[in-house]
Design a binder for this molecule. Sequence first.
Ligand code: NAG
Ligand code: NAG
Ligand code: NAG
Ligand code: NAG
Length: 396
Amino acid sequence: MASVLIALVVAALSIKKGKAAPSPPSPRSCVQLEIPVSVDTVTTKWLQPRVDSSIDAVDWMSYMTTWTSPKGDAAILGNITVKQTFKINGQLCVPPKGAKSDILQLATHGVGFDKRYWDAEVKPQEYSYVEAVLAQGYSIFTYDRLGTGGSDKPDAYDILQTNVQVEILRGLTTLARSGKLVSSSKKLGGTSDDHVLKYKPKKIVHVGHSLGSVITLGLVGAYGAESDGAIATGFLYTNKLSTVNVATWGFQFARENDPVNFKDRGSGYVVQGTKYNTQLQFLKKGAFEPALLDYAFKIRQPNSVSEFVSIGGSFSGGEATNFKAPIQFVIGEHDYGFCAGDCNGTYNITMIKGLYPAATAVDVHIQPKTGHGLTLSTNATAGYKVSFDFLEKAGL
Ligand SMILES: *[C@@H]1O[C@H](CO)[C@@H](O)[C@H](O)[C@H]1NC(C)=O
Ligand SMILES: *[C@@H]1O[C@H](CO)[C@@H](O)[C@H](O)[C@H]1NC(C)=O
Ligand SMILES: *[C@@H]1O[C@H](CO)[C@@H](O)[C@H](O)[C@H]1NC(C)=O
Ligand SMILES: *[C@@H]1O[C@H](CO)[C@@H](O)[C@H](O)[C@H]1NC(C)=O
C-alpha cells in the first residue's frame, strides 16, 4: 500500500516537474550602464495644483477632471528652457552574432514601471520580452525612463514632461547608432565581452509601451528618419481616448505611500496607491495570473504630474512625414485606458495610415482577451511573435 502511494506520489511529482520546468534561459550577454544624455528643449509651465501629500494627490486628480478647470491653452502659463544633462540607467543585451543581432530594439516603458516592465522575473520564459527578443536573435536596449528606477528624478512640474522624454530617447538613439552607448557611459556591471561593449547596430527599431509608445511616436513624428521601425504597444488612436480619466489611476503622493522605496521622489511624484489600481489599469480578469499582479505592484514606479498633463504636446502635430519604415500598433482587446475596456470598433485604420503617409507598412494587432499590461498577461509570448513576424516580413 505504502509503496503504491510512494509510486503515485513520485509519478505525480515527475509529471509536475516535467510540466513546470521549461528549459533554463540561455545565459545573457548584457551590460548595465549609467548614460549621460543632454537635452536642450522647451517645456511648458502648467497651471495645476502642487502635490505634497496624498490629500493633494486626490485633489490634483479631482482638479484635472473637474469640467470647469482650465484646459488647453488656458492652462498654459509660459515656456521653460531645459538645457541639462540627465543620467539614465540602461541595459544593453546582445545575443551571439546572427542574422538579427545587428538590429537593436530600443524599448521605452510606460507609466507605473521602470525597465523591468520588459523583463518580468516571474516565469521569464512566459512573460519577459527581453528573453523573447534575444531568443529571436535581436539585440535589445532597455532603460529607466527619466524619473524612474535608477535614472535621475528631476523636478516633477517643470522638467519631467513628455517632450523631455522624447529628447532623451533621441539622445539614446544617436549614441546607440554611433556605437558609443557603452564608451560614453559609466559601466555599472555585466559582461566584459567586446561583442557587447563595442556593439554598433545597423538598424534600430523603437519599441514602446503606453506612455513609452507616446514617446516613441513623438520621436517618429519629430525625427522620423532616425528610426528604422516602430512597435507601439499599449497604444492606439481610438475614439475612446478621453473616456477613462486620470482619477482611475488612484494616485497617491509617492513618498507618503512608500517612504522607503520612494524617499527620493519629491513634490509632484505620484504612484498608484493599491495593487487594485494596478489591476484596473493593466490587467483583465481571466487573462492574468495573480502572481503577475503582485509582481506588477511590487515593481511599480511613480511618475510626475506633468508627464500626464504634457502628453498631447509631445506629438509634433499631424503627420509623421519623415518616417519611412514599418510601424505596428499592438493593444490588448480589453485595454482600459485607450479603449475604455473594449477596442473593438474604436479605431479607423484609414485614419491611422493617414498619420504615417510615408511608412512602408502600417499594422494594428489586437491581442485577444488581454488588458493594457501586455507583458504581464497570459499568452504574452504569442503576442510578441505577431510583432516579430511583422518585422520579419518588413525585412527586419
Ligand atoms: C512658447 O514657445 C512657443 C514656441 O516654442 C511659442 O509659440 C509661444 O508663443 C511661447 N509662449 C510663451 C507664453 O512664451
Ligand atoms: C465587434 O463589434 C461588432 C458589432 O459592433 C460585433 O458584431 C462583433 O462580434 C465584435 N467583435 C468582437 C471580437 O467582439
Ligand atoms: C476613417 O477615416 C477616413 C480618413 O480620415 C475617413 O475618410 C473615413 O470616413 C473614416 N471612416 C469612418 C467609418 O469613420
Ligand atoms: C494568443 O495570442 C495569439 C496571438 O495574438 C492568438 O492568435 C491566440 O488566439 C491567443 N490565444 C488565446 C487563448 O487567447
